[in-house]
Design a protein around this ligand. Structure first.
Ligand SMILES: [Zn+2]
Ligand SMILES: [Zn+2]
Length: 433
């Protein structure tokens, strides 16, 4: 919201700062009608076509494949062949013009999550044994008879298999350096115990699920803007003092802006982690702060990218994040309108706003984060875990460091309880006594 500048006696300034209202349907009728004409949902199948089971090296046929951070590629442990999967957007035509989007286009990895789906049985193509994989925890298993690695390649509807993966770029050492630097700068303010117990080696790589959306829309903003016409100071006596008061005269205008808006690769986190909205908000704040990710470089999903890292399962559907996405679209629209209203020197207040969406395109992508978590060893009821996140593509680092003043980090602390769960996985158990 733009601030109303100016003095205490704001001329004809509009009244209280009420929340702006969403535009009614009729206000956006034209754009909505245009959109309706094309509003067929379209699913783009991004599954690789590979069957579940043996995921073989294209050169030698071995299933012993991992992602190498030094090679920044998948590496076959036998023949050392290295390769990356194809770029998702190019392979599936997801990079076509956003302006041409009509209706909703959804890559198959964004399908609604089925919570009851926890296990998948795969017949080992090596020896014929049947191996059960708990797909809420892992997407690969070793055949207990022939030791081949068996992978889930198909997009089972439990949210665990995305359309694409954005592979790790920063090595663990690089991430540790960033975290050390981040924490180091803040050590002067940090709690004494945090300094003493800071162990940068406790850093784990995590893939976090995001829904990435492109949007083609028409935005409408309506409100009032003010232009100062006169400013003057009035002096008057109050008792034995002289008081000066500044007054502004302003012209008030109705302002409307309507424009087409294209949004490319807006990323929203798609794991709810906890039911509490507060937790989710606070967690997203830290993870949002390490954005953006270069999701246009995401490659088609291959489970071998996940090996050696932890991954979180997507448990939110498109409809769960829809309202959040619309709010962000509106924020982008407001920002885009700002340069067009500079003549209203006392600001513009939008009273009605809305976007008519012509088309959207949704893709489910795993993005890489290096996560350092810290739990106070003198943990008592109500004390919390902190974490520092590093964008494993760009190195952008954000997090919370415990300080002596509990209120400063109240928000970050709420996020910490998420890290507590993750911390348990990396062997921070000793702090939880
Ligand atoms: Zn090989
Ligand atoms: Zn087998």
């Amino acid at each position: 919201m733009p601030q109303w500048p100016g003095g205490q006696q704001g001329g004809q300034a509009p009244s209280a700062d009420g929340p702006s209202q969403m535009l009614g349907d009729e206000a956006l009728a034209d754009a909505a009608e245009a959109a309706l004409g094309h509003s067929t949902d379209r699913i783009i199948d991004t599954s690789t076509g590979r069957a579940d089971g043996l995921d073989k090296c294209p050169r030698c046929g071995s299933t012993d494949i991992h992602y190498s951070l030094s090679a920044k590629a998948l590496v076959c442990s036998y023949c050392r062949h290295t390769w990356n999967e194809a770029n998702l957007e190019q392979t599936y035509g997801l990079d076509s013009s956003i302006a041409d989007l009509r209706g909703h286009t959804m890559a198959s990895g964004t399908a609604n999550v089925r919570e009851d789906l926890t296990t998948v049985t795969i017949k080992c193509q090596g020896c014929g044994a049947e191996v059960v994989i708990n797909v809420s925890e892992q997407l690969q298993a070793r055949c207990h008879w022939c030791r081949q690695t068996l992978s889930i390649n198909s997009q089972i509807p439990n949210g665990a298999v995305p359309d694409a993966v954005l592979p790790f770029q920063l090595t663990r050492e690089e991430a540790v350096a960033r975290i050390d630097e981040f924490a180091g700068k803040r050590k002067a303010f940090a709690h004494g115990r945090f300094k003493a117990e800071f162990v940068p080696d406790n850093v784990m790589g995590v893939y976090i699920p995001y829904l990435v959306v492109d949007g083609n829309m028409h935005a409408v903003l309506r409100g009032t803007g003010e232009v100062t016409t006169r400013q003057y100071t009035v002096s008057r006596k109050v008792g034995d003092r002289t008081v000066h008061e500044t007054y502004y005269d302003a012209d008030v205008y109705s302002v409307q802006r309507a424009f087409d808006l294209l949004v490319d690769d807006l990323a929203v986190e798609s794991a709810s982690r906890f039911d509490s909205d507060d937790n989710r908000l606070a967690t997203n704040n830290v993870l949002d702060a390490v954005q953006p990710y270069d999701v246009e470089n995401a490659v088609a999903y291959n489970p071998n990218y996940l090996k050696g890292f932890t991954s979180e399962r997507r448990d939110l559907n498109i409809r769960d994040v829809d309202a959040d996405v619309e709010e962000r679209f509106l924020a982008i629209a407001r920002a885009k309108a700002v340069p067009t209203v500079s003549r209203y020197d006392r600001g513009v207040r939008w009273e009605e706003e809305g976007v008519a969406v012509h088309g959207t395109r949704w893709v489910s992508v795993y993005v890489p984060v290096w996560l350092y978590s810290y739990a106070d060893s003198a943990r008592t009821a109500g004390s919390l875990v902190h974490y520092i996140a590093v964008n494993a593509r760009t190195g952008t680092t954000m997090g919370s460091v415990p300080v002596s003043h509990p209120k400063i980090f109240a928000l970050a602390c709420a996020a910490g309880s998420v890290a507590a769960v993750l911390a348990g996985i990396v062997g921070f158990g000793m702090y939880f006594t």
